[in-house]
Structures are given as C-alpha cells and as structure tokens.
Design a protein around this ligand. Structure first.
Ligand SMILES: *[C@@H]1O[C@H](CO)[C@@H](O)[C@H](O)[C@H]1NC(C)=O
Ligand SMILES: *[C@@H]1O[C@H](CO)[C@@H](O)[C@H](O)[C@H]1NC(C)=O
Ligand SMILES: *[C@@H]1O[C@H](CO)[C@@H](O)[C@H](O)[C@H]1NC(C)=O
Ligand SMILES: *[C@@H]1O[C@H](CO)[C@@H](O)[C@H](O)[C@H]1NC(C)=O
Ligand SMILES: *[C@@H]1O[C@H](CO)[C@@H](O)[C@H](O)[C@H]1NC(C)=O
Ligand SMILES: *[C@@H]1O[C@H](CO)[C@@H](O)[C@H](O)[C@H]1NC(C)=O
Ligand SMILES: *[C@@H]1O[C@H](CO)[C@@H](O)[C@H](O)[C@H]1NC(C)=O
Length: 476
C-alpha cells in the first residue's frame, strides 16, 4: 500500500510541474485529470454522507457529482478537497427558464449556504433531458438553455464565479454516430437546442457534458463488436473510419469522436467535453450479457489509466485533449428499476466493501498485487429457458398488488391460476405470483417488460413447473 501511496504523490507532483510549465495560462484545477465519481442515492441501505465522503477519498477521486443538492452531503463535503457538481432537477427547468426570482431562490437555497467551503464547481441543469425515455416534453427541451442562462445570472449576482453551468446529455442526442466522422446531432434538437447550448458553452467557457457507455453499445451488438475493444484491452482490434481515415482502438474513443464530429458540424470545434457518466455494471440478470466484476474492473481501471496518462492522450479526432470524467457510480443502488444491471454500477456495495479495488487518481496502474478478479462467467449470452419467480423474502402485501398488476396487463396472463385450472393448486400467493410473473414476462419481455416488480421477482433457470402446470418461459 505504501508503494501505491508514493506513486499517487508522484502523480500530484507531476500535475504541479505541468501547471508551472503552463505558466498561469489556464487554471490548474482544470488540468487535474483525476477521475471523479457519481454519487447516486437511489438505495434504501446506503451509508451516511460522511461515511460516503470517506469512501470517495479512499478512491482518491477529486470530484464528486450529486444528482440533487442534498444538504447533508453538501455539508459533509465542506472543507474537503473534493470538487462538487450539483444538479438542478428536471422538473424545475421550465419554471426557472421564465422566472429569474425562482432561479435566484434556487441558488440561494441550494448553493449559497455551502459555497465556498464546499468546492461547488459545476451546476448541471437537468439530467439527459433531450433523451426520449425521459419524461420531459419538448417544451422542456426548448427551455433548457434559457434556464441555464438564468441559473448563471443568479450565480453571477452572488459573485460566484468558479461554478460552471452545463447539462448532461446522452448519446441519443446524436442521430448518427457511426462511422464517427458521420456524427450528427438529431435534427429535432440540433438547431433549436444544441446550437444555443454550444454558444452558451463557448461564451461561458463551460463543457459539453456527455453520458457515454460503451457497455450498452457492446451488449446490444456483441456479435459484431469485440469485447476487448469495449474494455480497452485489445492491442490488435482496430476500426478505421473510411471517411476520416482515423484509426480507433477502443469503443469509447469512437463514441466520443462521433460527438466531436457533430460539434464540429455545427461550427464549435473548440468545445471542451466532459465525460459526465461512464462505467460498466458488475452484475445483472441471467439474460444480460457481460455484466460482471471482471469486466467492470477492467473497464474502469483501464479508463482511469487512459484518462490520467500524461501528457493527455485524447481521441483520434482530438489528440492530446484532456478528458475529465465521472465514473458511474459510487454504490450499487437497490431502488433503481429496470433490468438487473441498473442496480449494479457501483464501485462499492452498500456495506462499504469495495466490489473490486480501484484508484481513481491513476496512482495504481498495476493491480497485480491485489487479489485476482473473479473469472467472467457471462461474456457469452445465456442459451436456454428462463422463468421469472417470486424473490426470497418478498413482502407479501406488496406481492398481492404485484400479482394484480401482472395479471391485469396481458391477455389471459393468469387464466391457468383461476379456480379449477391446472395451476390453481397449490393455492398460495407465492405460487400464483410466480406463475403470474413468468407469464407476464414471457409476454412482455420483447416489448421491454422486465422481471423485477420492485425487487419482488427474480429470474431463474430452474423450471418451476409442477404436475400439469407448465409455467411460460422466455427462451433465449
Ligand atoms: C416566480 O417565482 C417566485 C418564487 O417562487 C414566485 O413567487 C412568483 O410568483 C413567480 N412568478 C411568476 C410570474 O410565476
Ligand atoms: C450518416 O448520418 C445520416 C444521418 O445524419 C444517415 O442518414 C446516414 O445513413 C449516415 N451514413 C452512414 C454511412 O451511416
Ligand atoms: C468560442 O468560439 C470561438 C470562435 O469559434 C473560438 O475562437 C473560441 O476559442 C471559443 N471559445 C471557447 C472557450 O470554446
Ligand atoms: C488479436 O490477437 C489475439 C491474440 O493474439 C487473437 O486471438 C485474435 O484473433 C486477434 N484478433 C484480430 C482481429 O486479429
Ligand atoms: C458486503 O456485501 C457484499 C454483497 O452483498 C458481500 O459479498 C460482502 O461479503 C459484504 N462484505 C462484508 C464485509 O460484509
Ligand atoms: C410490506 O409492505 C408494506 C407496504 O407496502 C408495509 O406497510 C409493511 O410494513 C411491509 N411488511 C414487512 C414485513 O416488511
Ligand atoms: C390476445 O391474444 C390473442 C391470441 O394470442 C390475440 O389474437 C389477440 O389479439 C390478443 N388481444 C389483445 C387485446 O392483445
């Protein structure tokens, strides 16, 4: 461990020298390429803010991003050498965009009491609001940049000059991202939202904040995309962009360059980019591929190594550009809905054990002195039948409502458990709910239905069928 610490300190010394050589040109803080962490709170079992701050320090992160201006966390960060990024909730964007008083009040309540003792540096207005899955309507899209201007004016009126205003967007803000040189913003937002956003970023020297997940691209295209390419592991797998001639050696660069090309297309080649979320899930459901500790550790460790290398590596289209980043996420968050991967992005379990060791400062680049990672078991897709049954310890009251919901969705979903039918016996809630979950999931998986039911359901490869009662299954 002491050797690792010495390495980390050498890292800071290098940053210091780099700053000297830049001779006061840019603020040195911006050159620090230590990787930050997203601190999400969607769990009912998460450690306290002060314990969480200790974990963030243990990771040697220098930045932390919050999804809400949580007062306890902002207090716990007071006096710490951790830059904080705070988010304005999506629902406030429209009202703030047309009301300076409201914007001022928001900043007075959520920023002013903590600044400057808490090193608040980034205020992100909304979260992925241009994405289609988000519940935001197009009115909100068009109020985004006006709301950002108001928030910035509020900060200015309090003489808060160190806080940059931005907004994180997901890759689906592009209508084309392949080949990277064809990167183009979606036509429904390019002129009306993204152009004014890039103008705002340029004028205020802020960043284009991007959530970018090679995991999603790989897992949806595992037959064609090499896993090692997504994990920064390959030495020989390359992709050459036929138009630009640029050669890619990993999926992340390819995705980032698609955005850089799109930004260039709108005429803002100086735009700085910030990787606002990236990461790899450490576990998932049986029907999800490649979500495991080995891949998660490999992706995140290689990411840190790459982003903290000095001089900066950049991407093929932006060689030498420093890319600040926040990894997603601090914890596995058990209250997130959707597929199992959603609850397994953490570097830590809620009991504060790490999922795998990682040093976000780049001070450790060789993990061979640590316990070996568990071998990946699901890098090939599962082939066979899967059922969806009641999870151990499920709350029976909640199970009753979930059973009602599952039976109410489909088309004959629960006929076989009706009195006198083949799956009615044993006449128990757990048995009936297991049938209903399997039947629901078999009908709706292809249209996005999940085997989750707020944690009441779990996938299994063991056929629960009994006697004449055959449970519907998903076949992969
Ligand atoms: C603006 O916001 C303030 C503070 O919430 C509120 O009192 C006021 O009514 C709002 N003005 C308008 C025009 O909605
Ligand atoms: C380039 O992007 C456009 C949309 O912006 C799309 O129509 C076209 O198919 C893409 N070209 C290639 C080669 O993928
Ligand atoms: C803003 O845009 C101008 C014109 O393209 C460019 O010269 C300048 O470097 C940009 N500034 C920033 C901070 O991106
Ligand atoms: C890359 O190298 C590995 C191991 O040397 C080899 O198994 C693989 O086939 C190579 N892939 C390509 C695309 O050349
Ligand atoms: C913490 O939780 C994880 C996952 O449930 C478990 O594997 C690990 O053993 C726990 N660690 C401790 C110290 O209890
Ligand atoms: C089950 O959930 C209900 C609310 O849905 C709650 O009131 C009850 O306390 C829970 N029971 C147990 C044993 O946790
Ligand atoms: C119910 O299922 C039957 C047979 O699969 C199908 O023909 C019918 O359209 C379905 N009805 C609804 C409302 O989905």
């Amino acid at each position: 461990m002491s050797r690792n610490r010495a390495k980390a300190e050498m890292g800071s010394a290098q940053i210091f020298l780099l700053c000297l050589s830049f001779f006061f040109s840019l603020s040195c803080a911006e050159i620090s390429t230590r990787v930050g962490i997203n601190y999400g709170l969607l769990g009912n079992n998460l450690p306290s803010p002060s314990k969480s701050v200790k974990l963030i320090q243990l990771l040697k992160a220098n930045r932390v991003k919050l999804y809400e201006p949580n007062p306890e966390i902002l207090k716990a960060l007071s006096g710490k050498k951790l830059q904080a990024s705070v988010m304005v909730p999506n629902q406030l964007i429209t009202s703030i965009s047309s009301n300076q008083t409201l914007s001022d009040q928001w900043v007075e309540t959520n920023i002013v009491p903590y600044y400057p003792k808490t090193l608040i540096r980034y205020l992100l207005v909304g979260n992925e609001i241009l994405s289609f899955y988000s519940d935001q309507d197009k009115v909100t899209w068009h109020n985004l940049v006006p709301a950002m201007r108001r928030i910035r004016a509020s900060l200015k009126s309090h003489h808060i000059r160190k806080v940059k205003v931005g907004t994180p967007l997901a890759m689906d803000v592009l209508e084309s991202s392949f080949p990277p040189s064809n990167g183009t913003f979606r036509s429904d937002v390019a002129e009306s939202v993204v152009r004014p956003l890039l103008q705002f970023i340029n004028r205020t020297k802020s960043f284009f904040f991007l959530d970018v997940y090679p995991y999603f691209v790989w897992s949806q295209n595992y037959q064609t995309v090499n896993l090692d390419y997504a994990l920064f592991k390959s030495t020989n797998v390359t992709y050459t962009d036929p138009k630009s001639g640029l050669v890619y050696r990993n999926m992340l660069d390819q995705m980032l360059d698609a955005v850089f090309f799109a930004v260039d297309r709108l005429g803002f080649p100086e735009t700085r980019l910030w990787i606002c979320e990236t990461g790899w899930p450490n576990a998932g459901d049986i029907d999800q591929i490649g979500a495991n500790i080995y891949n998660a550790a490999t992706y995140n460790r290689n990411l840190v190594k790459r982003l903290t290398t000095k001089p900066a590596i950049g991407t093929p289209a932006r060689p030498g550009l420093a890319l600040p980043a926040f990894i997603f996420a601090l914890y596995n968050e058990n209250l997130k809905g959707g597929p199992g991967t959603e609850r397994h992005w953490g570097l830590f379990y809620p009991n504060r054990s790490n999922v795998y060791p990682i040093d976000l400062s780049g001070g450790v680049s060789d993990y061979s002195g640590y316990p070996p990672l568990p071998k990946p078991e699901n890098n090939e897709p599962y082939r066979g039948k899967i059922w969806c049954v009641v999870a151990k310890g499920a709350n029976l009251t909640d199970l009753g409502s979930a059973l009602g919901y599952a039976c109410g969705q489909g088309n004959g979903t629960c006929d076989p458990i009706q009195p006198g039918k083949e799956c009615n016996k044993p006449d128990s809630l757990v048995w009936h709910a297991s049938y209903a979950f399997s039947s629901y999931w078999a009908q709706f998986r292809s249209s996005g239905g999940t085997c989750y039911f707020n944690g009441l359901a779990v996938q299994t490869t063991r056929d629960p069928s009994y006697g004449h009662c055959k449970f519907p299954s998903v076949t992969l």
